[in-house]
Design a protein around this ligand. Sequence first.
Ligand code: NAD
Length: 248
Amino acid sequence: LQSGVDQLGEFIAEAKVIVPFTGAGISTETGIPDFRSPGGLWTRNRPIPFDEFVASQDARDESWRRRFAMEETFAAAKPGRGHRALASLYRAGKIPAIITQNIDNLHQASGFAAGDVIELHGNTTYARCIGCGTAYDLGWVKTRFEPQQRGPDCSACGEPVKTATISFGQAMPEDEMQRAAELSQHCDLFIAIGSSLVVWPAAGFPVMAKHAGARLVIINNEPTEHDVHADLVIRHDIGQTLGPFVRN
Ligand code: NAD
């Protein structure tokens, strides 16, 4: 671990523009389970694809039941060492913006301006109408969901309201994809942290950055398919790896 941290420290010192790309693994130490690890969310529940959510009130009800079952976990989570290390580098001017697959709002909570967090898969801390896009806070949803455990419809247009996340089968957000591509192609150090790098198209950004000439670092406690492209692979715990870079 120490040699990896030292090497990462040298890469960070040499870099002018660092772009981090984060996945669920950066948040496990905060108590939010990832998808694919043992005990991860997928080992418990099959994800509900977007077309099912659209087609079925039962699917919508189930989706909101699951969301509210996780409510305390999300509400209690505080940024971990990984989040705080990245926020330190952001404050130091090394990181212009961060690309994340996470939906937990913890990069914003650690000090990133909302406009500098590029959320490829949306955000689960609020809701949106899938028709007109009107945003709702979860309190609004909860008061309507609780009496009969039924997912609510938009008060503006009548279409279903869903967490503001991107489900499987749902279109990727265009502006975010565009900004993520630009950042990936205009950095000199790209650090992929806590992602199994199997969810596409998000998983394409590390390789895009490498092809555009950036150094690529992968920090993940298990191997990924992209390790072969990396200049440095740190196969260790994220909190331990990034803890030394926290500056409060
Ligand atoms: P993933 O679950 O597929 O992969 C997470 C990776 O992180 C795994 O390879 C795991 O071994 C590793 N990991 C977990 N804890 C670690 C630690 N402490 N140190 C080092 N490595 C660790 O997650 P993904 O690649 O982000 O893709 C899954 C999708 O799940 C994303 O699209 C995201 O939207 C969604 N998701 C988000 C959250 C969140 O917001 N916190 C949580 C679960 C799922």
